[in-house]
Design a protein around this ligand. Sequence first.
Ligand SMILES: [Zn+2]
Length: 162
Amino acid sequence: MADPTQQSTLPSFKQTTFTQGCASCDVQNRIALRNAGKRARCGKCGKPLGLVGPSYSIAVEERSFQEQVMESRLPVLVDFWAEWCGPCLQIAPHLDAIALEYAGRLKVVKVDTETNAGLARHYRIRSIPTLMLFDNGEMKTRATGALPAQQLHAWLQQALAD
Ligand SMILES: [Zn+2]
């Protein structure tokens, strides 16, 4: 029996790392989740990787939003984000973990607010990251900001239960 006091602070998330490919030498760098959203260098060739974060999800555009989100058979967690947004990169690995953990029960997608300004306007996105849960073509609930992993998970469970 594991000592409950030694439980991870991320009990629901199985992943503690993600991989980031290096464009210079092609090696896959294994990076701790806690370093997502920070700048990193390639462990092999030393070239900068830039701001690191996993590509966890399907990128949805204005033209695919109807099909991918509104007509989805599964509930959809939509992450409104942008490349320049540090907190968005921080939250990305947690969304990646959620996408894996909820595979078959929930779809996780991202909408780049820079290239999809119409969607951002339509949903009145004032700051990012903004997360929305859609079910049966309806937006059920939304949350703004890079929630810590446990809060994010609690929010999602509540949203899915409602
Ligand atoms: Zn490299």
